[in-house]
Design a protein around this ligand. Structure first.
Ligand code: NAD
Length: 480
């Protein structure tokens, strides 16, 4: 295992390999701007090597034909190895990404470990073959691994997003080239360390952090059978168009602009403390962040007061401090993007109730910001800001609430808040989105994650996230 914060080499086909022409980047702590390590970014030539290794490992059938129970053992061993490093990984994620340490400890580290164990169990017990007969003919309907997978991930879940692709893909028998982003190139290598030690055969997994150009090269590569992408809708469109050229399989987990719909009977004392963490997840840099707060017009002032008071009490600062609720944006560029949207909101005529500025001192922080006077047609209500910025939007009656919630190109997440669970459930069913929560309840583990409309194609997590790495084959075997 190499040093976790200095990664001068790429993990190609199971071996630490120098980049061919790739750039070296310094990784900085977004809370301080200080250097925390460095990594090499892969070039197009490195992607070619990684795909060649994946292709060879897949085509020789070794991992793909390994019994699922043995594959499961490797996944479980990798999970145990990650578990042993949990504390170090949580610190690493927080210093690389800037999310509060308690979130790294409670979510960013344990969730991917749980996913590895979950997909080990699922793959081991999965019914790959089913016999179907119509009385005269009999076929075996079998599930095979989809092939070589290009897994492309963003920076806001440095371990969890890679694991959501790598775990089901490896469990299914695929070979994987994982491309983490340049902003957070370090943490995903923990998967390389763990799988190498757990006995994954060489060639099956490559991890090559890289920028867009090398990413695009990977997507265009004819040796890639499936692209599993998480990132922006703009990049997702490009990737889907590229995949179309050779009908490569594609799943896309894209952006969101989710609505939290407060019904007229919602109890604000219960709603506000539950809603805020759902809006400010990863310092507001989460695809599922509940950033449009829809409120009955007659309760607008009351909701604004309650949200402003709660946001004022949020502790912004050092993400390594367990009391911190909001850390920095991942990069200076992301901080500027968020402050740019705040300026756009003001220019559009929305009113800043609280925040709207950045704290003094080092680091790429943005103070939590609440907008009032927002019309759903404004850019701040339609576009993904990806920062700690909430917009309160008034409505009249349940039908208008549903119409405004659905008036979005996105459809990833959402929530409905009411004293009457059945009434909230009725509204939840009318929202065109992949995931909805009634009164802030978390989704059960193993339920599918993904979006309607421009929030994506396909689902991750649960059995749906496993089937995404399988191809169906029908074999006619006779007349009985
Ligand atoms: P991004 O689209 O700029 O980049 C995501 C990844 O794709 C990075 O690794 C990047 O290098 C790569 N990439 C970009 N263009 C590419 C191309 N043409 N070909 C190949 N690779 C390419 O997104 P970002 O700014 O890093 O992340 C934030 C976005 O991710 C937000 O829109 C957010 O909503 C989305 N996201 C979605 C989910 C989800 O599950 N739906 C989860 C997390 C983040």
């Amino acid at each position: 295992m190499t040093k976790a914060t200095e990664r001068p080499e790429l993990f190609i086909g199971g071996r630490w390999t120098p980049s061919v022409g790739g750039e070296r980047v310094e990784v900085r702590n977004p809370a301080t701007g200080e250097r925390i390590g460095s990594a090499s970014l892969g070039s197009a030539a490195d992607m070619d090597s990684a795909v060649a290794a994946a292709r060879a490992s897949f085509d020789d059938g070794g991992w793909a034909t390994t019994p699922p129970a043995r594959r499961a053992e490797v996944l479980r061993a990798a999970a145990d190895l990650l578990d042993k490093r949990a504390g170090e990984l949580a610190t690493g994620i927080t210093t690389e990404l800037g999310c509060p340490i308690w979130f790294s400890e409670r979510a960013h580290v344990p969730n991917p470990i749980r996913q590895l164990r979950y997909y080990a169990d699922l793959a081991e017990g999965f019914a790959y073959d089913e016999t179907r007969t119509d009385g005269s003919n009999t076929s075996i309907v079998t599930q095979e691994p989809v092939g070589v997978v290009a897994a492309i991930t963003p920076w806001n879940g440095p371990l969890s997003t890679p694991a959501l692709k790598v775990a089901p893909a490896l469990a299914a028998g695929c070979s994987v080239v994982l491309k983490p982003p340049p902003e957070t190139p370090l943490t995903a290598y923990a998967l390389a360390d763990a799988f190498a030690e757990a006995g994954l055969p060489d060639g099956v997994l490559s991890i090559v952090p890289a920028g867009r150009e090398a990413g695009q090269h990977l997507v265009e590569h004819p040796g890639v059978d499936k692209i599993a992408f998480t990132g922006s809708t703009a990049a997702g469109k490009k990737i889907m168009a590229t995949a179309a050229d050779r009908i490569a399989r594609v799943t896309l987990e894209l952006g969101g602009k989710s609505a939290a719909v407060l019904l007229d009977d919602a109890d604000l004392d219960a709603v506000v403390p539950a809603l805020l963490p759902m809006a400010l997840l990863v310092n507001g840099q989460a695809c599922i962040a509940q950033t449009r707060v829809l409120v009955p017009r007659h309760r607008e002032a009351e909701v604004l007061d309650a949200l402003a008071e709660a946001l004022r009490a949020q502790r912004v600062g050092d993400p390594m401090d367990p009391a911190t609720q909001i850390g920095p944006m991942v990069s200076e560029r992301q901080r500027d993007r968020v402050t740019g949207y705040i300026a756009t909101g003001r220019a559009e005529g929305a009113r800043v109730v609280i925040g709207g500025d950045t704290p003094d001192g080092a680091g790429w922080f943005v103070n939590p910001t609440l907008f009032a006077g927002v019309d759903n047609g404004m850019r701040i209500a339609q576009e993904e800001i990806f920062g700690p910025v909430l917009a309160v939007i008034p409505y009249e009656g349940d039908d208008e609430a549903v119409r405004v919630a659905n008036d979005s190109r996105y459809g990833l997440s959402g929530s409905v808040w009411s004293a009457d669970r059945d009434r909230a459930l009725g509204i939840a069913r009318r929202i065109r989105t992949g995931m909805v929560s009634v009164n802030g309840r978390p989704q059960a583990f193993g339920t599918p994650f993904g979006g309607f409309k421009q929030s994506g194609v396909g689902r991750e997590m649960g059995p749906e996230g496993f089937r995404a790495y399988l191809e169906t084959k029908s074999i006619a075997v006779g007349d009985k």
